[in-house]
Write a protein that binds this ligand. Structure first.
Ligand code: DLZ
Length: 170
């Protein structure tokens, strides 16, 4: 579904897992900082709303969206987080830079999910203009940071459940 048909902060009747005890990394790109700081606020407020302890949120900044992959890898490698959320905003410009950054980060994050067998959640806005980004970072279409936070909780809960069931069955 196109994100202009869905409010990114509306989770309908979905059961959102309790985040108590979960440890979550958040990597924030500093390009388009006005947007990414709003994504970050939404994300962290939502994690706390679902009982993730403030001390269990590890936040780091990286220069731009292209660096999100390595920032996430550092958290996976050097900390004991259960999931990482990457937050960035790439806005289409006059050159093909947009395509290279978007392709690089989507492929990088996909590979990290597989390499570490842990959720790395893609909270990156890829928009045609600044207004579309504002609409999706706390504006009329909600906040992608909220959505990324809830996705992290759901994926950690899924992993915990499957690991537990498997452990109990052997
Ligand atoms: C260079 C660049 C450009 C043109 N646009 C964006 C953008 O819209 N959003 C973003 O997060 N980063 C941008 N960057 C920076 C790159 O992500 C990266 O930081 C640099 O190319 C250095 O590797």
């Amino acid at each position: 579904m196109a994100s202009n048909l869905k409010n990114l902060s509306d989770f309908g009747s979905a059961q959102i897992p309790d985040g108590n005890g979960m440890k979550i990394g958040v990597v924030v790109a500093q390009w388009n900082e006005e947007i990414t700081s709003a994504l970050c606020k939404g994300c962290i407020d939502t994690l706390k709303k679902y009982n993730v302890n403030e001390n269990d949120i590890v936040k780091v900044n990286v220069p731009g969206t292209f660096e999100l992959t390595l920032g996430a890898q550092h958290l996976l490698e050097y900390t004991d987080v259960d999931a990482v959320i990457v937050l960035g905003c790439v806005i289409q410009g006059d050159t093909r830079h947009f395509d290279f950054i978007c392709n690089g980060v989507t492929q990088g994050i996909t590979q990290l999910n597989i390499k570490y067998n842990l959720p790395v959640i893609f909270g990156v806005l890829t928009t045609n203009d600044l207004q579309q980004a504002k609409d999706r970072s706390g504006g009329k279409l909600g906040n992608k940071g909220d959505e990324a936070a809830v996705t992290a909780l759901q994926m950690v809960a899924l992993q915990n459940k499957l690991e537990q069931n498997y452990t109990n069955s052997i």
